[in-house]
Write a protein that binds this ligand. Structure first.
Ligand SMILES: *Cc1c(COP(=O)(O)O)cnc(C)c1O
Length: 421
């Protein structure tokens, strides 16, 4: 797409903000003068997207292999999702939770069906992943395992990432995220990752809940070992503790299944969702399984102004519809398999992890941040969750040809990264 076509792409937004004709460098100096520095300096100023491609303010094109961190499930500017959002907004945009709307109810029903939730299961909608986990945290506080004593202990894993608000941050393991904000809501104990013995030792009748990510995304795409979820289900059931799965990153088709935990053949007590759910529109959800868990939070005990609004729930309905009707889960499985096996064969790649289109791979040197930069220079967006780890979480509609364009370019990107060290 050249600059002329770029300029021709005018929208009503362009009447409010001149989105073209300013260099990225100019935007970035305005950014640093006006936005809080918590994200550091943004890598690029993006102005437009279509499918798996995005363009920056300087007209450069990128293959987006990060998908807004596992969010843009159907790629950018998906025409179907866009038209559903626009038509819902033009019909009824927001009503507050004093009221409900058909899209909210239909989405709850749809999610309960997709997750094989038993009778009595319920949904609660939020605007983000961290809010879904906050709701789950509050749910856990209400679980006494059937006994009279209040249970305040919660188990999470080393390496866990559950969000940045205070409750979700308490569940998050990373010291650099936590330490500046202590004291955090109490009672959370982090145990070694993927260690059934450690879980067995930790889960007793003082534990309200165990929070697990089936695949730890922020920790570099680390799947729980086979059998772990099953063991966690048995141990928590025995102790009267809730098993809460954070599928904010892994859910909604990311691994080629609706939920990454599907294959474990267990029914958790709750699942949290967000990232891919709205196809790029902000929405999260807490699903509680069974009537007992679903009634732990009662009228007045939790709430949200925006959560579950007609537009967000319509966006999610559109996303789920497209994933199902365009056979996207199959695409995720096939392209993901291809990507992982091809990556494993590349020189300089020492390990490949993940499932579907959530892919992590390790390099033979601590050059991952430099690979991100060299990737951008070469027209590819990737992410480095660790010093030698690269994460890919592209739109679920990525094609084999697009995957191959990255695989072909990767040796030169890695070399450029090493040369830049
Ligand atoms: C991204 C993420 C969150 C937090 O979601 P936000 O929408 O950023 O608040 C929580 N858990 C997991 C596993 C995530 O990947």
């Amino acid at each position: 797409m050249n600059t002329t076509e770029n300029l021709a792409h005018r929208t009503p937004v362009a009447e409010l903000v001149e989105t073209t004709g300013h260099a990225g460098s100019e935007w970035l100096s305005r950014y640093s003068a006006s936005l809080m520095g918590v994200f550091g300096t943004p890598q690029r100023v993006l102005v437009r997207g279509a499918g798996c491609l995005v363009w920056d303010a300087d007209g450069k094109e990128y293959l987006d292999l990060l998908g807004g961190i596992a969010v843009n499930a159907l790629g950018h500017a998906n025409p179907f999702v866009t038209s559903v959002i626009a038509s819902q907004l033009a019909t009824l945009g927001h009503v507050s939770n004093f009221f409900t709307s058909p899209t909210q109810i239909a989405l709850a029903e749809r999610l309960l069906a997709l997750t094989n939730a038993p009778t009595g299961s319920k949904a609660f909608f939020t605007n983000s992943g961290t809010e879904a986990n906050e709701a789950a945290f509050k749910l856990a506080r209400r679980n006494s395992g059937g006994g009279a004593a209040k249970r305040t202990k919660i188990i999470a894993l080393e390496g866990a990432f559950h969000g940045r608000t205070m409750g979700a941050l308490a569940l998050t393991a990373k010291e650099a995220y936590r330490a500046p904000f202590e004291p955090l809501p109490g009672g959370v104990v982090h145990i070694p990752f993927g260690d059934v013995e450690a879980l067995n030792a930790a889960v007793d009748d003082t534990v309200a809940a165990v929070f697990l990510e089936p695949i730890q995304g922020e920790a570099g795409v680390r799947p729980l070992p086979p059998g772990y979820l099953r063991a966690a289900r048995e141990l928590t059931s025995k102790a009267g503790a809730l098993l809460i799965l954070d599928e904010v990153q892994t859910g909604i088709g990311r691994t080629g299944k609706w939920l990454a935990s599907e294959d474990a053949g267990i029914t958790p007590d709750a699942v949290t969702l967000a990232k891919g759910l709205g196809g790029g529109f902000p929405i999260g959800a807490l699903i509680t399984f069974g009537a007992g868990t679903s009634s732990l939070l009662t009228a007045g005990q939790h709430g949200t102004t925006f959560g579950g609004n007609p537009v967000a729930t319509a966006a999610a309905l559109a996303t789920l519809h497209a994933i199902e009707n365009q056979h996207i889960l199959q695409n995720v499985a096939e392209v993901g398999e291809h990507l992982r096996s091809a990556l494993a064969a590349l020189t300089g790649v020492t390990e490949v992890r993940g499932e579907g289109l959530l892919v992590g791979f390790d390099l033979d040197a601590d050059v991952a941040p430099a690979v991100v930069q060299a990737g951008l220079d070469a027209g590819f967006i990737v992410n480095s969750p660790g010093p030698r780890t690269i994460r890919l979480a592209p739109p679920l509609v990525l094609t084999v040809a697009q995957a191959n364009s990255f695989l072909d370019a990767f040796p030169a990107i890695l070399q450029a990264a090493k040369d830049a060290q």
